[in-house]
Design a protein around this ligand. Sequence first.
Ligand code: CAA
Length: 247
Amino acid sequence: MTQRVAFVTGAMGGLGTSICQELAKAGHKVVAAYHPEFDKPDEWTKEMAAAGFKDFICVSGDISSFDSCAAMVAEAEAKAGPIDILVNNAGITRDRMFAKMELSQWDAVIATNLTSLFNMTKQVSAKMAERGWGRIINISSLNGVKGQAGQTNYSAAKAGVIGFSKALAAELAAKGVTVNVIAPGYVATKMVMAIKPEVLQGIIDGVPMKRLAKPEEIGGACAYLASDLAGFMTGATMNINGGLYYQ
Ligand code: CAA
């Protein structure tokens, strides 16, 4: 197996942690990108070391800022080498019914969940194409595929992630760089646990498998998409949602 360099945004969140671990298990060198205001890198690194993952390289920045992404990637490449695998995973929610949603809640979600794909992917895609190999994996959501009441901002951004990925996949298909999407359903992470308990119970009742996804069920798919075996898959969306919705 070729060891490659993977860069994961939102690395210290529930999904991000699992993505980092599965990529490391697949033999890759992993750069874990985190937000200095929201994450606790020392605690996370200790937790990871205790779980047997001692080699994560941490960089911090704000994915809603182009300049910050440029700086993070420069630091990552100086420490780890050229980035072969980019996982655009970081995301936020600002759930509110549209009638009450404020422009600031719209803007924050679009900037962090969608514009970040421009900011991050710009730093690496041309260089991947020059080297003739690359993997760009974008984390969308079930709610970007089906639409969710209370999430016009999030659903719009996550649907945008799919459109972005299909278009870029077409541009890079002949260059050895694949661009794919994972659209997870409800995963047992802090983001989902923040939903009001009565609302969350209703959601779980509606999932044919009657449970939330385990983070590693998403991380494992990410490791597959990053592998050589996934070389013929591009522009695709993997819906991993316990049977809740099929496209
Ligand atoms: N569909 C349609 N209408 C709904 C609704 C639904 N699913 N849920 C609530 N409503 C209606 C209610 O019936 C009520 O209508 P009336 O005012 O006419 O009685 C109205 O919306 C209530 O609106 P409020 O703004 O007063 O509600 P609230 O402030 O109590 O809660 C909310 C609003 C925060 C958006 C809450 O409904 C909520 O948390 N919903 C869940 C949103 C969700 O699924 N988020 C997913 C987060 S996890 C994630 O995003 C990860 C991922 O990728 C899957």
